[in-house]
Write a protein of this length. Structure first.
Length: 318
């Protein structure tokens, strides 16, 4: 019989005893956007505006000079920091070192913050101009057209209004697609981010589970739309607590549809982590994590902010 170290065997057993409670671990939205590195607190991104030419010029006329207009958008970095001091006495009590488990738990939290920051950036004022001192609100004229919670469109220059809240419907998805199409938003890489309740509300609609509308009839069997793709959009279902409630229609949560190139996520150095002893704290272990990222609406015409009832009544036929 092979010899073994009894003490080490028990330690290994205890090391497997730290389990995380159910939680969102990965960022669902980070890779659905344009990602760019950012080295300074603020960084400018420049676009050229559409142009047009002269129709039926006069014979032997001078060549026209049609200046190209530029549009500038600014991204500002935000930091996220987590830290905990692990006391040696705690390690003795648990017979294991929880530092790595704590750090992994913190990384999960940072991923959730990334999604919350992305959703916030879609609604925040975006700064423009040479110095980045001017600001557009999402609802300003020539920026975004949104949907109120009842599915009606917002008016240019006006934010959401207080309406009767309803869930995600095929009509709302089609309206979002119409807005994007009329803004010449490319048909590929369109995304919709809503809370988990909307998936089940949508699955209660016969057309969402019909072979005439989706590429397979296994939607109800699997509890999801095939590949989370429907009506030209990639869907991302997040827990309700990732979303914020609107300030005017206080019973509705703020959701978003966007093209990948219309929303920016910036990052500075990626997620940094450290596990080190602190001499001034009895050489206990400091577990630390920090991330720095930013973001902004780059092209408002490729973004459709919209409100939803966060927990619409499900309608399935028994």
């Amino acid at each position: 019989m092979a010899a073994f170290d009894l003490d080490q065997t028990f330690i290994k057993e205890y090391e497997r005893s730290f389990n995380q409670v159910f939680q969102q671990k990965d960022s669902a939205l980070k890779n659905t956007l344009r990602n760019e590195p950012q080295a300074s607190e603020k960084q400018r991104f420049t676009f050229i505006e559409p142009t047009s030419g002269i129709v039926d010029r006069a014979r032997q006329s001078d060549s026209p000079n049609i200046p190209t207009s530029h549009k500038m958008r600014w991204s500002t970095l935000h930091s996220w920091t987590w830290s905990e001091l692990v006391d040696d006495l705690d390690i003795i009590k648990t017979l294991t070192d929880p530092s790595s488990d704590y750090l992994n738990n913190a990384i999960n939290a940072e991923n959730r913050w990334e999604d919350e920051r992305i959703l916030a950036a879609i609604y925040e004022d975006v700064y423009y101009g040479k110095e980045g001192t001017l600001a557009y609100s999402w609802y300003d004229t020539l920026e975004c057209i949104g949907l109120n919670a009842d599915g009606t469109r917002t008016t240019a220059g006006a934010a959401f209004t207080n309406t009767t809240e309803t869930g995600l419907t095929l009509t709302k998805i089609a309206t979002i697609g119409t807005i994007m199409g009329n803004n010449s938003t490319p048909s590929e890489d369109r995304h919709i981010t809503v809370n988990e309740d909307q998936k089940w509300y949508l699955l209660g609609h016969a057309r969402a589970t019909s072979a005439d509308y989706v590429p397979a009839v296994t939607a109800l069997v699997n509890g999801q739309l095939p590949n989370d793709y429907f009506m030209g959009f990639h869907f991302h279902w997040l827990p309700t607590d990732r979303f914020t409630y609107d300030g005017v229609d206080t019973g509705a949560i703020r959701c978003a549809a966007y093209h990948k190139s219309a929303v920016l996520r910036t990052y500075s150095g990626g997620l940094k982590t450290e596990i080190a002893k602190e001499s001034g704290k009895n050489f206990n272990v400091r577990v630390w994590a920090e991330a720095v990222s930013g973001g902004a609406r780059l092209q408002g015409k490729g973004v459709v902010p919209f409100l939803l009832d966060p927990d619409p009544t499900l309608a399935f036929t028994n």
